[in-house]
Design a protein around this ligand. Structure first.
Ligand SMILES: Nc1ncnc2c1ncn2[C@@H]1O[C@H](COP(=O)(O)OP(=O)(O)O)[C@@H](O)[C@H]1O
Ligand SMILES: [Mg+2]
Length: 300
């Protein structure tokens, strides 16, 4: 934990009656792209805001580069942050917006790593166009470019693809890969499973402020967790499966059932159902990350 770039322990934040973050623990090591995955209201933004010192925890701590960050903390010089939607001056072009923002921080423009930020953002000649002509995805990429100007060791991004169409999301995912290839450690939040699967090396799944699962994405995906099935008779299927050896749990997930497997093959589950006179309409293999996340949001 001492060597982690980000170390969160017992982190807790309450807003009146709402326990937004509830005893959260996780860490992010050098070079990881960690996805904080959870449904809306899970406490992702609140966690990120505590991490960068925008708000303070009620209990526990969120350490970034070894610091419990306070406003103006020197550790923030090594961190690129995009939490609230990035605001730009609409009638100025992209590059001028970056420069104004940078110089407002008091540093000379010649210190900014404009070249890297722009090449990673992949905006091309559009950086010379007024920002009011940008798509949402371009604004988002300009926001990430802005966070990269200081050559940060760590990038903290809240829902970097939120509000984007599929093509724009792909652009941002590619951008994040380029950032990571340069050795920057990334912590991003997302409410999209596919996004975390595609860009992240590690995942922290949270719900209602609490940690649900965490680990390397490859391991979370590799572990054969369960099977989701849709059947003609849910009640009979449930009672059949509960009696079946090698089935750990049967969880209703309308319109189907999630069946946690412990030493039984998916084909054996199907065979047992058919034998009991239950028609099987859909069988979907799932891995642990899907289990952890889809169980929360009730998707199938
Ligand atoms: N400033 C605030 N005042 C009151 N409640 C808040 C505030 N910020 C967040 N919350 C509440 O805390 C919970 C977690 O919110 P948030 O961290 O924004 O979740 P997420 O980013 O995962 O969608 C939600 O119930 C939200 O309504
Ligand atoms: Mg949020």
């Amino acid at each position: 934990m001492a060597d982690s770039i980000i170390a969160v322990a017992g982190l807790t934040k309450r807003f009146g009656p709402v326990l937004a973050v509830d005893g959260l623990d996780f860490s992010v090591d050098q070079g990881e792209v960690c996805g904080m995955l959870g449904p809306n209201g899970a406490g992702k933004t609140t966690t990120l805001r505590m991490l960068v010192g925008l708000i303070f925890p009620d209990a526990g701590e969120a350490r970034l580069l070894g610091h419990n960050v306070r406003p103006g903390d020197e550790a923030l010089r090594r961190v690129g942050v995009m939490i609230e939607e990035s605001a730009f001056v609409p009638y100025l072009n992209g590059i001028t917006n970056l420069r104004l923002w940078w110089e407002a921080g008091g540093a000379p423009w010649s210190d900014a790593d404009v070249e890297t930020a722009l090449s990673v953002a992949g905006l091309g000649d559009a950086v010379r166009r007024k920002v009011k002509t940008y798509s949402q995805g371009m604004k988002q990429r300009l926001g990430i470019a802005r966070a990269l100007l200081s050559r940060p060791d760590v990038l903290v991004l809240d829902e970097p693809t939120s509000g984007l169409d599929p093509g724009e999301m792909r652009e941002v995912r590619q951008l994040l890969r380029r950032v990571s290839e340069q050795g920057t450690t990334v912590l991003l939040s997302s409410h999209l499973l596919s996004e975390v699967e595609q860009v992240c090396t590690n995942a922290v799944v949270m719900d209602k402020g609490k940690l649900v699962a965490s680990g390397a994405v490859a391991e979370l995906i590799g572990a054969g967790g369960s099977v989701y099935i849709e059947v003609t008779n849910v009640r009979r299927a449930t009672s059949t499966l509960k009696k079946l050896k090698g089935v750990r749990r049967v969880i209703p997930e309308p319109p189907g059932l999630a069946v946690e497997l412990d030493g039984i093959k998916r084909s054996e589950v199907v065979a047992a159902l058919v034998h009991a006179g239950v028609g099987v309409e859909t069988v979907t293999a799932r891995h642990q990350l899907e289990d952890a996340f889809l169980g929360l949001v009730g998707e199938a």
